[in-house]
Design a protein around this ligand. Structure first.
Ligand code: ADP
Ligand code: MG
Length: 292
């Protein structure tokens, strides 16, 4: 491609709200075989609601929620916002905390009123040696409904199983259908629960699901897709997507996401919808057709 045609193409893209941070990406896009997509905030709205809160026999409902919300107030994860919002709507007074820690891909913890409160995925509880067996069936059912189950423990004792629900963006299904019509494969890569990921993938007709992965493992998942199918574009919005955005042949960040994701990407979509990927692909093909 000539520098001029690339300039024209990237200029046209900018009018459509697609920022090519690398002119090269315009060329690379047309050879992509798989679109790999992060779930939370990319396929879904990224604004989950707390839907379930099931305390163990030894706990009192309201007090547990206040403790959990106190820790989550320090977290930037969308799950955290759902929990804090719910506690506030119930008019709970949220205690102050100390020694907050965020464990990437696992969960968060802090001291609240002298108690250690640990919140996160089942693998976080596993890593702490806290059994979640009493909720296995219930959590699986919630996952099959597309909800994300997680847990909180107080001083090393399991206290609650909860779930959040994050609606799928109305534009996601049509965008995926369109990508399929162009002969592309669509993969989902997520840190979320396997049952939840599969339920959402099924609703959207996604071909390939990689779930329960830590951010570094998102890179391995991208590399595996490259081996299996060829060139990969990765679409994501979060801090935890930055390594995968950098590892993909084309990294595409959702402009409504975090700055770290945008810095790691070759392309930024201002719209916040997967529809932008389709426009970017079309532009890539049109630009390279004009010059060949
Ligand atoms: P993703 O954004 O793809 O779901 P993350 O790596 O951000 O992946 O999180 C993976 C999982 O870790 C979440 O699905 C959740 O179970 C747990 N987790 C992470 N942060 C929190 C938090 N602040 N509160 C509760 N759970 C969390
Ligand atoms: Mg995300």
């Amino acid at each position: 491609a000539t520098p001029t045609s690339i300039m024209v193409g990237t200029g046209r893209a900018a009018q459509l709200g697609i920022l090519f941070r690398q002119g090269q990406a315009l060329q690379a896009l047309k050879d992509v075989k798989v679109i790999a997509v992060d779930k939370t905030g990319t396929l879904t709205e990224g604004q989950p609601q707390l839907t379930d809160f099931v305390v163990t026999a030894t706990q009192h409902d309201a007090s547990v929620l206040a403790l959990v919300a106190a820790v989550e107030q320090q977290s930037e994860h969308p799950i955290a916002q759902a929990i804090v919002q719910d506690a506030e709507q119930r008019g709970l007074s949220i205690p102050s905390i100390a020694e907050f820690q965020s464990i990437t891909g696992m969960g968060v913890q802090a001291k609240v009123e002298g108690q250690l409160v640990q919140i996160g995925a089942d693998r976080f509880m596993d890593s702490l040696g806290i059994s979640t067996a009493q909720f296995t069936e219930q959590a699986q059912q919630l996952g099959e409904q597309g909800k994300s189950p997680m847990y909180a423990a107080i001083d090393g004792q399991l206290a609650v199983m909860m779930a959040v629900s994050d609606p799928i963006k109305s534009s996601s299904k049509a965008a995926i259908d369109h990508l399929h019509k162009q002969g592309l494969k669509v993969a989902m890569i997520t840190g979320d629960n396997r049952h939840t990921a599969e339920a959402i993938a099924k609703q959207l007709g996604i071909d390939h699901v990689v779930a329960q992965v830590l951010p570094e493992a998102k890179v391995e998942a991208v590399q595996q897709l490259q081996q299996q199918y060829g060139q990969v574009a990765y679409v994501g919005d979060g801090i935890n997507d930055a390594p995968a955005l950098a590892a993909a042949d084309v990294g595409i960040a959702i402009g409504t996401g975090t700055d770290i994701a945008m810095d790691a990407a070759d392309v930024v979509l201002m719209s916040g919808h997967l529809t932008g990927v389709i426009n970017a692909l079309a532009l890539s093909k049109a630009t390279l057709r004009n010059i060949s």
